[in-house]
Design a protein around this ligand. Sequence first.
Ligand code: ARG
Length: 570
Amino acid sequence: MLNYKQYFAEKITSVLTGFEVQDMMAWMEYPANPDQGDLSLPCFRLSKTLSKSPQVIAEELKTTLKDEHIDEMNAVSGYLNIFLKKSTFAESLIRHISQAGDGYGSQKLGHGKTVVIDYSSPNIAKPFHVGHLRSTVIGNALYHIHAFLGYNCVGINHLGDWGTQFGKLIVAYQLWGSKEAVTLRAIDELLDLYVKFHEEAQKDPALEDQARSWFTKMEQGDQEALALWQWFIEISLTEFQKIYNLLGVKFDAFQGESFYNDKMEPVIQELKEKQLLVEDEGALLVRLDDFGMAPALMLKKDGSSLYHTRDLTAAIYRAGKYEFEKLIYVTDYAQNLHFQQLFKVVELMDYAWSSKLEHVPFGRVSIEGGSLSTRKGNVIRLENVLEQSIQKIRDVIEARNPNLANKAIVAEQVGIGAVIFNDLSANRIKDIDFSWEEALNFDGETGPYVQYTYARTCSVLKKAVLADRHAMQTNEVVGANLHNKEAMAVMKMLYLFTEKVEQAMVKLEPSIVSRYLIDLAQAFNRFYHACYILVEDAQLREARLALVQCVQITLRNGLKLIGLQAPQEI
Ligand code: ARG
């Protein structure tokens, strides 16, 4: 498929000297209003170099640029507006998408390059909450997007499975817990114990010391401490796995913080050798005052490691193991400083790959005004959210389409899809106020809306096949029959898919794909309502069906990229 921006940028730079193709491509726009062309070049940027007014440049280009792909051009207010030859555009687009199928939108940009993505990474012995969901969903989408663009991806779950909180849990378990209760209530019991520890420690600060010494024992390999810790991990992982199964998310490795336990010592040595460590009241840290940041703490005065120590060790380990092109960390923006410090320390250690580290921060999620995580334990649990969502969708299906086959499966796909999509619907840095009514609205800008539109394409195609009138055409018939404005609007959206996926990868912003899917679904629905598809005129019908099939392919590919299922009927 022709890349039109590139194609015209090359043409234009060949007639106008002094410009780069890349720049020209970046300046070109797809006008929202079809009266302003399919592609447009604002000539303002060229004005200075050429010492001519933008309008004169646009007019001159209009007379010099003659091309088989161009139907007409106009020069208005300094813009050169290009109208594509509709039949050629339609014909080549539909042929390309039909042939590419599941591969439509993919590229080989990342061939031979590895991207490591650290996402989800919940903390053991605490419930998986809505904040971790957002990391899981964004990370998973970034994984699929990179893989689609040819990168070799490594998804790592950097579980929070090490640290003083385990000391706290051990103390709490020994004081107030029992084997029976933990076995029975699993993660709920662990959370209650953790919360109780914090309540009691307010009254009796000595508990904190006990907790610290238990953690020190863990770091020193104490059998009793480690056995309890191992047990807590198993309980938590079983719980997390249920959620990953519901979400359909996988990891290439569960490599939690504890994995780096025996790898931290050499890193501390290295920091010392590079003269980056200073002692401060017994603790060891890297000063970052020169960069306007608080110091990065590497060892506490009792010799125990910290979040930073383990993250630094993990980064060095991953650099050695994967030789990554990018190492991406997906967390809440509350960790901005942590990652700025980490990246700076890596840079100070003189590792060339420090520039390949990327933090992908995202905003907070609150559910209908409620707070999500408090020390007091009234955390809204993700599992409940997902279950409620599935239930609500089941009710909707029961009302709208009671005879649907596989109701339970579809309700799960749409219910989960609604929650995932909601997390990706806005620019990731924005805080989200989760509202059931918005997230589940089949007519809103939601997952269910996109999935429903996909199911609509399936049902149209199914009807066509049932009526035995379906023989896909991807030739001139298509080109000659898709000229109306609704069809043209759909095709222009279809064309943009490849570019949007690439942008989502470059900006590490999966919401570009979800926004795109809404726009495509809306364009398709306008077409669907304006143009009856199964018309008598065989050629027109075939052309429209071919378009529907391309929308089906593109929606399915897009949904898959952001981690949503595409049910054929809802
Ligand atoms: N466990 C951490 C949390 O829940 C997130 C870990 C993110 N990854 C990392 N390498 N620090 O806040």
